[in-house]
Design a protein around this ligand. Structure first.
Ligand code: DX5
Ligand code: ZN
Length: 223
């Protein structure tokens, strides 16, 4: 099996040199793109035209993480760009089931994110509607924050629920992923890892990606 996937976040890239920054992560499994609207989170990044440009500048699949209000209105337009997955926040969606179905209908994977303090349990029945569940391991908004260990039990519960559902659902973590924290997140059951500062802050991004992969697989030795 593929085992684990590393999705570097371009939030920590040099936005004035995006094409070269995308080349640095050519060995990654996908590019994680953080869309922030300065309302759902206290930060502003980029929107549809830049995502469109990024999709033309890299052969890698795009994993779009929408940290925006009213994803019911805006998320479908990201799906229409032909990206691999679109992640909306459960806290922001008015009709998450309808939105997840709408994304799939437009040919993209549907994904839902939960902030660290948002409980998983109210969403268990809709797990089969998503292709990926993102459990935030920092409060969304900024790169470079420390990993919140309090999310570990939720990762374990999500892993059990996903395995029990019989559906194919990736379990992604985002925030504070390093060579050290990725071992704990993987042991808890995560299989898809977003890493911003630990990849783009490294002298050699390809080395950083392969080290993260190796450390995610180390959890097998712990079990
Ligand atoms: C934070 C973003 C993350 C961010 C992670 O709100 O969703 O994707 O880029 O950055 P690091 O890996 O530095 O914590
Ligand atoms: Zn993100």
């Amino acid at each position: 099996m593929s085992g684990c996937a590393i999705h570097p976040s371009i939030l920590s890239a040099d936005f004035a040199r995006l094409a070269q920054e995308l080349d640095r992560i050519a060995s990654a499994d996908a590019v994680h793109v953080d869309v922030m609207d300065n309302h759902f989170v206290p930060n502003l990044t980029l929107g549809l035209p830049v995502v469109d440009a990024i999709s033309k500048a890299t052969p890698l699949p795009l994993d779009i993480h929408l940290m925006i209000e009213d994803p019911d209105r805006w998320a479908p337009a990201y799906a229409d760009l032909g990206v691999d997955s679109v992640t909306f926040h459960a806290e922001a969606a008015k009709a998450p089931v309808r939105l997840a179905r709408e994304l799939r209908a437009r040919g993209t994977k549907s994904a839902m994110a939960l902030k660290p303090a948002t409980a998983l349990e109210p969403y268990l029945d809709m797990l089969p509607e998503v292709d990926m569940l993102l459990l935030m391991t920092v409060e969304p908004g900024f790169g470079g924050q420390p990993f919140l260990d309090l999310v570990i039990p939720k990762i374990q519960r999500a892993r059990k629920a996903i395995d029990g559902s019989g559906a194919t659902i990736a379990l992604q973590v985002d925030g504070g992923i390093t060579n050290e924290t990725i071992v704990r997140a993987a042991a808890a059951g995560a299989d898809t890892f977003v890493a911003g500062s630990s990849v783009y802050g490294a002298a050699d991004a390809a080395d950083a990606i392969s080290e993260l992969r190796n450390n995610a697989q180390r959890k097998d030795a712990l079990e």
